[in-house]
Structures are given as structure tokens and as C-alpha cells.
Design a protein around this ligand. Sequence first.
Ligand SMILES: [Zn+2]
Length: 338
Amino acid sequence: MKKWIIGIVLSNLGFFFLLLLALVLISSILTSAEASSQESKGSSQGCSVVASGTLDEETLNKFLETRGVFKGTASSFIKYGEEYNVDPALVVAIAMHETGNGTSRMVKEWNNPGGLMGDGPGFQFSTLDKGIEAMIKNLSKNYISLGLNTPEKIQPKYAPVGASNDGLGLNKEWLNGVNGFLKQLGGLSTCASNEGTGKYMIPVDNPNISSGFVDRVNPVTGVAEHHKGLDFAQPIGSSIKAADDGIVVYAQMGVSGSGFGGYGNVVLIEHAKNKEWTLYGHQSKLLVKVGQKVKKGEVIGQVGSTGQSTGPHLHFEIRKEKMGGQIDPAPVLGLKGK
Ligand SMILES: [Zn+2]
């Protein structure tokens, strides 16, 4: 039975492969919103693939342009990254290191970007897209799902330093190499980290709930709906604070069709610790940008009445999914709902 085994160097690979790796390494020196207006769009599950807010397909393709066979492959990394919930930045960084920026024979001839090996010298794939999928699937199953979600945690299993089969001591370059590429890519997305306290704070001073997480008649549209958050009536211009550490994944006027229509000036923060999102709607002034890391309690904006709103208040949501999955914030915050 064949076993998926990963590692730069595993047993019985022979000297030829060590030599190949040496060559590879040398060559690599180098959205009161009235939440009924919620629309849904795109993939709603899992973590953002905005890694520091910058790793979209265009940015990634720019990075890959000079990386050998990886030129133009950003869509594969992002597609399978979303599918298997693995940060594309992490995958790309490992692939660059493993293949000497897309120049190794293993990736050029075998479409094997992750150094995936079975019992033989390495797996071969019919297309690079399939090889990228296999690499991401393997990282998801044998690493990320086990909590091995940073290069530091992955390396001892993927490329163990001091392994008996690592006679040339190449594995010790793995961590530096992968982290170097990761830095160029803007770092890991928050989901790959575990930052935060996991306990939300009330995002406003003197919380006064004007509308709870209830079925109601929308005060603006007159239509019956489920109100998907808490409304805190606040003086206009008062401070809105991040409920926990996180990364800003949306910060702008929510226009119709964006999934944030009706929320006015709205901020969505992704929280790594809880794998959840918090949303802050109807702001008068946004004080953060997409990609910005925020600390719990940090002021992210000012209370307003923008979007679908009848007066100054903060509409606050806790989401299990980036684009939905709202839960009642009141018990989470230790507040009595209304
Ligand atoms: Zn509301």
C-alpha cells in the first residue's frame, strides 16, 4: 500500500535525489442595517485568502510571473486554497522553495510542486493544476487539520532537520527559505495564525441595545425580517472598538451587490482565534483599511447613520461565516438581548 509521505528527503531516495535538491536549493538563492438587505456572494466558508489584504489573484500572478512553470497559475493556488482551506500564501511559499522558483525537474517534468513522494522518487501528475491540488490536499489533510499551520510547525514533519536521510543538511534551509518567500507574499492570513483572545468585548462604551437579534419589521423598508445583529444606540461620532484582535477584510461603503448593501460604511474583521468574523455597520467615519491588523479595543471607526438606518447607532454582528452565519451577539457579550 502506498502512503502519502511528504518530505524533502525521505528514506531510500538515493543520492541522485539529494543531488537534485542541492541544485534546486542553489538555484533558489533567490453589514439600524437593516440586515434584511444582506446579500450573499462568493465563497462564504473558511478563512479569507486576503493574506495581509494583498494576495488576490492579480497580485499573486505578478509574483509568479518570474517563477518558472508557475507563471499564470495563481488561480489554481487560490481555487484549491479556498476549497481545502489552506492559505495560498503558505502553499506558494513552500512550492517556491521546493522547486527553486518553478525550475526543478520535479515540477517541470512531473508537475509535482510540493516534493510529494510515495515509495519512489516522487509522484507525477498529468497537469500542474493537478499537482497543485494534490499538494494542497496533502497539506490540508496531514498538516493544517492537525494544527500544523505555520512553517515553524510544518517543518519538523515536512523536512526534518537532522534526518538520517538528509546527509547534506539541506532541511535546515527549509524554514528560512519558506519564510523568506512568505514574507514576499505578505505573510500568512490570520486563519493560519491563532492570534486573539477568543473573547469578544462590547464594541461601544455604555451599550444601549435599541434592537436585538429578533424577528421584526424593518423600520426603513416596513418588511418583516430577522435582524441579524445588535443595534447599539450611540451618539454620532462615538468610538467603535474592535471586539478582538483580527484583520480587517472589508472597510468601505457597502454598495448594493457587494454583499454589504445597506450597511453603510461598514467594517468586517476576521478573527483567527475563533475562526469568526465581526461586523460594524452604519459608521460615520472608517478609521481602518483592508489588510490592517487590529488589536482588541482598538478604535476602528465612529458611530454614524450611513446606509439603511433611521438614526445614529452601531449595528454589530458576529458571523460564523465570512458572508453570513450570524449568531446572537448578546449572550456572547454577556448582555441581555432585546
Ligand atoms: Zn441593525
